[in-house]
Design a protein around this ligand. Sequence first.
Ligand SMILES: O=C(O)C(=O)C[C@H](O)[C@H](O)COP(=O)(O)O
Length: 212
Amino acid sequence: MNQILEQLGTYGIVPVVVLQDAAKAEPLAEALCKGGLACAEVTFRTDAAEESIRIMSEKFPEMLVGAGTVLTTEQADRAVKAGAKFIVSPGLNPEVVKWCQAHEVPVIPGIVTPTEMAQAIGLGLTMVKFFPAEPAGGLKYIRAIAALYTMMKFMPTGGINPQNVREYLAYDRIAACGGSWMVKNTMIENNEFDRIEELVKEAVEIVKESRT
Ligand SMILES: O=C(O)C(=O)C[C@H](O)[C@H](O)COP(=O)(O)O
């Protein structure tokens, strides 16, 4: 379980994907893998999410495909059956967390406040999403709470971009950052997979630079 979270940490940036059409899943996964980020959080905000996860996992078995925006245990179940290797939620729903733990699926629920953090610790978690990262206070806020909860790693998501991601990654309590800038909806709709690959390569360079 922790191995998958560690692998996410090695990638450093997790592309957050919204797919309207599962036919785009394969070329998108190919662009991510060729670019050097063989991982994705496929959000359960569209009907195509489940099938997209299935296609990505089948065609690219080496890829770390997870499901995002998972709000219910029913969605978690569908995501895992489709091949999702980890589950991400915008908030902390104890039922979803417990379901994932019972099925030995790594889960990264979103938190903002110390009260939510206390709940995450109570559930035995060691990594949380910090969402929505920039509107909620960004790195300054994370540093303030990370100082108290020394066992916890963070995956900030929301408002992260190539300009501010370096700062986040330079802080050793940030396991990885989620972001959509390299997989924008318009680029997927217009089949700009070369552009996506290019932006992914740039993201990989940013991770390397930030961690040296
Ligand atoms: O659906 C979720 O669970 C989310 O994580 C919400 C957003 O898709 C991410 O926060 C990405 O945000 P941006 O990188 O600012 O576009």
